[in-house]
Design a protein around this ligand. Sequence first.
Ligand SMILES: Cc1cc2nc3c(=O)[nH]c(=O)nc-3n(C[C@H](O)[C@H](O)[C@H](O)COP(=O)(O)OP(=O)(O)OC[C@H]3O[C@@H](n4cnc5c(N)ncnc54)[C@H](O)[C@@H]3O)c2cc1C
Length: 528
Amino acid sequence: MNRYDAVVVGGGPNGLVAANRLADAGWSVLILEAQPTVGGAVRTDTDVHPDFVHDTFSAFYPLAAVSPAIQSLELERFGLRWAHAPAVVGHPQPDGNWAILHRDREITARLLDEQHPGDGQAWLDLCSIWDAIGDRLVEALLSPFPPVRGGLRTLLRLPRAGGLSFVRDLMTPALQLGAARFGGPSPRLLIAGNAAHSDIPLDAPLSGFMGFLLAMLAQTVGYPVPEGGAGELSQALARRFTSSGGEVRTSTEVTRIEVEAGRATAVLTADGERVEVSRAVIADVTAPQLYGGLVSGQHLPDRTLRAMRSFQLDPATVKVDWALDGPVPWRSAPPYPPGTLHISDSVGQMTEALSQVTSGTIPASPFLLAGQMTTADPTRSPAGTESMWAYTHVPQEVRRDAGGDEVRGVWDRDDCERFADRMQQRIEELAPGLGSHILSRRVLGPRELESRDANLLGGAINGGTSQLHQELVFRPIPGFGRAETPVKGLYLGSASAHPGGAVHGAPGMNAARAALAHARVGRLTFWR
Ligand SMILES: Cc1cc2nc3c(=O)[nH]c(=O)nc-3n(C[C@H](O)[C@H](O)[C@H](O)COP(=O)(O)OP(=O)(O)OC[C@H]3O[C@@H](n4cnc5c(N)ncnc54)[C@H](O)[C@@H]3O)c2cc1C
């Protein structure tokens, strides 16, 4: 068959969620995926070492755990099982202390209190605010813009969360939020480190919200990982889709979306095939790839093309994977082994590294996000070993290297390996002898990331910056904030759309819902 109700371009988590929703509604749906397997940035491989499973890109999924879009698909029925590390997040400090976020809030509070009396209660107070409003915030965040129902429900709960002072806290940069609430360094590191999962500078608005959101998700649902590897999440999505009659074609790149009389009518593939579409094309590609790329500029209003000229990518990324023949030899053992790690000497150093990236400088002491995957899920590598990774951000356009100009910023093999040495050295300072445990190492620079997933433009991992000027109604360009595009029947369903990056499936679900709603309206119009 070469005509479908809907074609989904790209089988990342958002494309897979959209495809599932449309297939559930009885539509005939085809996913066209450029890579040999679906999953986008949620995939697993054994390329680092044959006995080790590594997540090629993303690894931990707190937002999937609370996402109504993903939860509604009941993926556990399709083989998905979640695993958790004993502690969610750990931040080793140069003095040997650890900031530990344990899934049990009482344990987190006790550990923080031991380091700085009073911080335990302050942490529990923050948790109480989350208890009062967290579920409503998540609902509002992950629903289509404007979040009318979720927004109203959040407003109703606001008094319980502290009213206007809570709103002010959310607007406060992570740097100040941590300092205002806590006396010791550990909880400040936990707030700042979680905020630093996005590309919002720690002294900018919205970073406090990110820090609060992710720290409280870590505290309440943990940072779960799919048992067997991140790719198991994608495979469960794919199995669910095909079991509802959906079709997937991999190794099939879409090169053009045809538009006739302002409506998307077909897609063309790199091998010359033309697939007709009767109802919707869902684009799980980035906004720059869609507007003026897959859809020719002649079909788009000038204001879209103009706005796209100032579309801002998020920073580039360098990721390193290691197969270790033993556990990470931390200089001082953490009280509970964490799955996710934040590596930086202090909040100040973290702030500096993030602002360097924003201003075109490769940090001398990059902030690392790292994972001990066998600690989180023992199936990842043989008993007693560790499947580990770390990634960090580097500028999209490099002006200089604060580490002595040894990295030029062209990200060829030489640059990548030198920079990976710098990243490894950061961990080795806290875990002396790490190098002697390495069985093999893989370095994925910006180019390698993009070659494995075209959405990772220049090594950007979130389909565009998460900074305030490109969020909500400004995502991906001012005036949108929704999945609908200027072309009828074409919906943007990737991380470039509201609410942006991370694995929660909301852009995909929003796109599918918009397509279904328009189809319903279209039917009504027909009968009138
Ligand atoms: C290194 C890294 C670490 C991350 N860590 C985390 C994490 O721990 N937790 C988390 O929640 N998020 C994490 N993220 C972010 C998260 O993975 C992304 O936000 C998410 O995958 C976006 O989903 P998507 O479906 O929009 O796009 P993608 O996952 O990028 O999928 C897009 C798909 O479209 C395909 N495609 C693109 N163009 C075409 C075309 N023309 N024709 C056909 N197919 C096409 C691609 O091959 C790809 O399969 C990470 C990302 C990276 C890169």
